[in-house]
Ligand binder design. Structure first.
Ligand code: SAH
Length: 419
């Protein structure tokens, strides 16, 4: 037992048998010189940082983290099958990782969205953003009266009942749907959570939510990710402010958020919205129609092929939006990803008229803001065009990033004028 830990815990107890609720059943000792990030409140302890474990924690159990010589560092949840061996949730020995703690963290997260004015039941918002809300491994989105919960940590899946109780009492949703984590991520965590309804009833078909006065259909059971890309909410409006009178190309359009905003809010002359998925372009067309955006044309095509065609054609666009899927899955694939970003941005610049607007995004967490801007300066150099940065944006504020876990800062959205 550590000096600083509460006396009811039992470091050698194992599987929660002798510890009180939320108290540690084991102690994880760090290798020498590996404690600094955790004194800085970083929440991820990798297996490579662990020296030894005192006790026999079961996956999901509460453990204390200590330096190699036994000084208390933090308290977290154990997962023997993940490289992310311990996720940390408290940095003092007095805090229990019990249902009361999850409830207070959830209440604080929901309170932030209320203060942002994002509690309108006609709209959609991310209520819980994992590390950004001190709830590593838990993502909750509200679409109208329904909640979509994504669990990316095994330990959170064990606490799902308590989490849903709190969400029901705070938000009173009509239903709570569970969406499995991305397949790769689920495998890394040893998670087996099929998509299912966990509380209440499911919507009988697509539902409709408002975003900045525009109406979008969201299919909670069929859609990509959690149904709709909420992180781009304010970037769609920011892009629309530059669209007036322009011919807009919305590449990687998914359900047409940028296309509809540019047409209706922005007053674009026309919009061509392109995605390689026919399901996505059907959604984009439906959403454009829903908002009376008659000048939006959709096309199912590969973005690289389409960009190659338009960049060599004579007629130019006044605005090109690039919102591709994650090109870099890890640091290892970073070089390939940067080449792909360079290629599509170069083709987009070639497709723009002088004075045209480029709205270019990256949702790859392993591509830093600096990497992305350096890529753009490479495009300016190679194309011989001037690129003036007008806005460097990120995700909407219902996607907060913890300053102690900057890995959560994944979305870049740069609006630039191309001379
Ligand atoms: N801009 C969208 C989100 C885009 S998500 C919004 O605001 O909602 C990325 C999209 O890229 C997905 O819809 C996916 O189907 C599409 N995509 C992936 N690879 C593609 C490719 N090679 N060509 C065209 N679209 C692609």
């Amino acid at each position: 037992m550590l000096d600083a830990a509460p006396s009811t815990g039992d470091a050698a107890g194992g599987s929660g048998a002798t510890a009180g609720p939320g108290l540690p059943v084991a102690t994880v000792f760090l290798k020498p010189k590996r404690a600094r990030p955790f004194f800085g409140k970083h929440p991820w302890v990798l297996d490579s940082a662990v020296l030894r474990v005192e006790g026999t924690p079961a996956d999901g159990d509460v453990v204390d983290l200590a330096t190699h010589d036994g000084t208390f560092v933090a308290r977290g949840l154990w997962n023997s099958s993940s490289k992310l061996r311990v996720r940390l949730y408290a940095f003092d020995a007095a805090t229990r990782l019990d249902d009361a703690l999850w409830a207070s963290r959830i209440a604080s997260a929901v309170g932030l969205r209320q203060s942002l004015g994002l509690d309108d039941r006609a709209g959609a918002a991310r209520l819980i953003n994992s590390e950004g809300d001190a709830l590593s491994g838990l993502i909750v989105d509200r679409y109208g009266a329904w909640l979509s919960v994504q669990v990316t940590a095994l330990a959170m899946s064990h606490r799902l009942d308590a989490i849903c109780d709190t969400l029901e009492s705070l938000v009173a949703p009509k239903g709570i749907l569970l969406r499995g984590a991305e397949r790769g991520l689920a495998k890394l965590e040893g998670l087996h959570l099929p998509d299912r309804l966990v509380r209440g009833s499911a919507p009988s078909g697509p539902i409709f939510v408002f975003e900045h006065g525009l109406k979008f259909g969201v299919d909670l059971t069929e859609g990509q990710k959690t149904g709709f890309y909420l992180d781009q909410r304010d970037n769609r409006q920011a892009a629309a402010r530059f669209a007036r009178g322009r011919r807009v190309l919305d590449m990687f359009c998914y359900s047409g958020g940028f296309a509809t905003a540019c047409s209706v809010s922005g007053g674009a002359r026309s919009v061509l919205a392109v995605d390689s998925s026919a399901k996505a372009t059907a959604l984009a067309k439906a959403n454009a129609d829903l908002n009376g955006a008659t000048n939006v044309i959709v096309e199912t095509a590969d973005a690289f092929e389409k960009l190659a065609a338009v960049s060599s054609a004579a007629d130019r666009f006044g605005m090109v939006i690039l919102d591709p899927p994650k090109f870099a899955r890890s640091r290892a694939s970073l070089d390939d990803a940067m080449r792909a970003y360079h290629r599509i941005n170069r083709m987009a610049v070639d497709a723009l008229e002088p004075g045209g607007i480029l709205v270019t995004c990256s949702c790859s967490g392993s591509v830093s803001r600096d990497d992305f801007l350096v890529m753009l300066s490479g495009v300016a150099q190679r194309s011989g065009r001037t690129i003036q940065l007008l806005e460097c944006r990120g995700a909407a504020p219902d996607h907060p990033v913890s300053a102690s876990c900057l890995e959560g800062e994944y979305l870049k959205c740069v609006i630039a004028r191309v001379g």
